[in-house]
Design a binder for this molecule. Structure first.
Ligand SMILES: [Zn+2]
Length: 74
């Protein structure tokens, strides 16, 4: 069952890594792109949305909306 690591290697190969200041932990760290324009801080694991309007800025992604959605009983 070593397929998991292969998949992870594929993700890493496709993922985009940038360095920047994380708005969650305020550390200058590596940010890894998980999906288009969304990055994850490798220091604290916080999700960040990248905004590019002339200059690049990183905004913390508020996950509380998603959490409420997930927690909703069906
Ligand atoms: Zn961080």
């Amino acid at each position: 069952m070593s397929k998991k690591s292969t998949i992870f290697a594929e993700i890493i190969k496709k993922a985009k890594m940038v360095d920047g200041i994380c708005p969650h932990c305020a550390e200058h760290t590596l940010l890894i792109s998980v999906v288009m324009d969304y990055y994850r801080c490798l220091n604290c694991g916080g999700d960040i949305e990248q905004k590019v309007n002339g200059k690049i800025s990183y905004l913390p992604v508020d996950l509380s909306v998603e959490e409420i959605k997930d927690g909703k009983e069906i």
